[in-house]
Design a protein. Structure first.
Length: 198
């Protein structure tokens, strides 16, 4: 089966997959924002209109874990198709340096921006709403997690090395960073699976 992406139409299909991957990432981000910012909706009879909006949004964005898995699967497909295309064009060997450079240049800019933004938001948040960072959470069950927010230099550096949830805690209030620890694992294993076939 020829899976080379030689035509403009084939490259457009790859862009569609990239777009779906971005959509899955946005879905997860919005879901986390709703989870962190929403207040309890209250009983149905006394619920104001914004309570109904929160309930609707929480219902729409309840599949965050599934969206993360979709993101991982689409990432694997896109990465593999690009590498398979280079092999079909006659590339003699798997280029580890190129593979690593592509992963780093794709992930590091948004990761660094995300961690720096988290540091800023948490610094302002501790001043504006200190009760939130002391465990007074808008949602039941969040209090224990909030009191464990870690904005230390160790957590900052460890998250930039993709060691979150493995050797260091997730940095600050940016709970979606847990998924990058898994990405490091998958990106590291992929060449071990691809090189023998290559």
């Amino acid at each position: 089966m020829n899976i080379a992406l030689n035509t403009g139409r084939d490259r457009d299909k790859l862009k569609v997959l990239d777009g779906l991957r971005g959509g899955a990432a946005m879905y997860v981000m919005v879901g986390h924002a709703i989870w962190l910012l929403a207040t309890p909706a209250g009983p149905r009879a006394d619920r104001p209109w914004w309570g109904w909006v929160q309930v609707g949004l929480a219902f729409l964005f309840r599949y965050g874990r599934e969206a993360v898995m979709l993101f991982f699967v689409l990432s694997g497909v896109v990465i593999h198709l690009r590498l398979a295309q280079s092999r079909l064009r006659g590339a003699p060997q798997f280029d580890f340096k190129l593979y690593l450079r592509q992963r780093v240049t794709r992930i590091y800019p948004p990761l660094l921006a995300s961690v720096l933004f988290t540091a800023l938001v948490d610094a302002v948040g501790r001043t504006v709403n200190p009760a939130f960072y002391q465990g007074v959470a808008p949602q039941v069950g969040m209090s224990d997690m909030i009191t464990q927010f870690d904005n230390s230099t160790r957590a900052f550096a460890g998250n930039l090395l993709f060691l979150q949830s493995w050797l260091v805690p997730i940095f600050g209030s940016n709970t979606p960073l847990w998924s990058l620890g898994l990405e490091r694992f998958f990106y590291g294993l992929y060449p071990l699976a691809f090189v023998p076939i290559y």
